[in-house]
Write a protein that binds this ligand. Structure first.
Ligand SMILES: [Zn+2]
Length: 365
């Protein structure tokens, strides 16, 4: 029994065509390559698994390789290792249906991991993150947002108004007795417009634009109570970690590292809390307002105004794309349609939230 093969000596990449003789009785193979004779025991050969329609490779004990299209002669006599498994694999590889099933299963498993595994992982990492480190991360994020073009500039809001908001929030916390450590930062919002959000480490940023949008301090305190909920449950840290982990995993899978290089400010601006986190923050806010004898309706009021403004911006944003007149685009300078207010993020069901706060009783005792 013989078969045609190419012999590679393991030293050069040059193929030497050979005729391999399979001797069943001697349990060996022999061939001659450019005048040199070779003989190898069958049990010393390692026949590599069949991969699709590729040529078969046989590892030789001298470090060389044989490459052949058809080695059925050899396979008939060779003691195969784990052959059942490889036969199965080969069967699957040759049946597109199974390949697609396997591909779909792999994608689904990957999606499951990103969807559920990564948040769980982020939660564990967040628990293990020392508060000092979280504070540092928050400070760096704030510095990044302050220095990035288009995000923050120093607040121009009335200092008296800022002082009264600060003290109103403090009063709520005194009544609630359950506020986490926090620090209020006032900024002009730029592209993010009317907004308030929590950075890791308890920094709560509130923009001039949302102060302008509010009718009274209670509305701002309601918004800040929601942010306080995010701070309390360290959502910002968890979400940042989740974003970084997902980014790293996607980069590892796709080999595209540009997604991680976009920088923390951009990551934070694109950050959307999960619906679960938003509900937790809402519940915290509702409880805080009731404990502090504040009308929960104030939260519903500003939420409605925010949403109306967002709709307005989106409509104007559409106009901007058609005719680029800087005067018309004026609104887009202060409010970017992409930068959805944190209050409305991941909440297509704003109405449900508004209803919750409208129906909740003001609790004063
Ligand atoms: Zn939120």
């Amino acid at each position: 029994m013989t078969f045609q093969a190419n012999y590679f000596d393991g030293l050069s990449s040059r193929a030497k065509p050979v005729l391999v003789r399979v001797a069943e009785h001697a349990k060996n193979i022999t061939f001659e390559a450019e005048g040199e004779k070779f003989s190898f025991n069958l049990i010393d050969l390692n026949v590599q698994a069949k991969l699709g329609a590729a040529k078969r490779l046989i590892d030789l004990p001298n470090g060389g390789k044989l490459e052949a299209f058809d080695i059925s002669e050899l396979e008939a006599v060779i003691p195969t290792k784990a052959s059942a498994f490889w036969r199965e694999l080969h069967y699957l590889e040759n049946h597109l249906g199974w390949v697609l099933v396997a591909l779909a299963a792999t994608i689904f498993a990957g999606w499951l991991f990103l969807q559920f595994g990564v948040p769980k992982l982020a939660e564990y990492v967040a628990k293990a993150t020392p508060p000092a480190m979280e504070e540092k991360l928050g400070e760096q994020a704030l510095q990044g947002l302050d220095s990035s073009v288009g995000y923050f500039s120093p607040s121009k809001a009335d200092p008296t108004r800022k002082a009264s908001i600060t003290s109103a929030l403090n009063n709520m916390c005194v009544a609630l007795k359950d506020c986490p450590k926090y620090r209020l930062e006032f900024r002009e919002g730029g592209v993010i417009g009317a907004n308030a959000f929590a950075l890791p480490g308890g920094i709560i940023v509130v923009t001039d634009e949302i102060i302008t949008l509010s009718k009274n301090d209670t509305e701002i305190v309601a918004v800040l109570a929601h942010e306080m909920g995010h701070v309390k449950m360290r959502h910002a840290l968890r979400q940042s970690l989740q974003g970084m982990l997902s980014g790293l995993i996607l980069a590892a899978v796709t080999g595209d590292v540009s997604s991680i290089g976009s920088g923390l400010p951009a990551v934070l601006m694109q950050m959307r809390y999960s619906r679960e986190h938003e509900t937790e923050a809402d519940m915290f806010a509702l409880n805080a307002m009731q404990k502090a004898c504040l009308p929960p309706k104030a939260f519903a009021d500003i939420l409605q105004r925010l949403e109306a403004q967002m709709r307005d911006v989106n409509e104007k944003g559409g106009d901007n794309k058609k005719g680029s007149n800087d005067k018309i685009a004026g609104n887009a300078h202060t409010q970017n349609a992409d930068a959805i207010s944190e209050m409305l993020s991941s909440h297509p069901d704003t109405l449900t939230r508004i209803k919750l706060f409208l129906e909740a009783k003001q609790n004063c005792n």
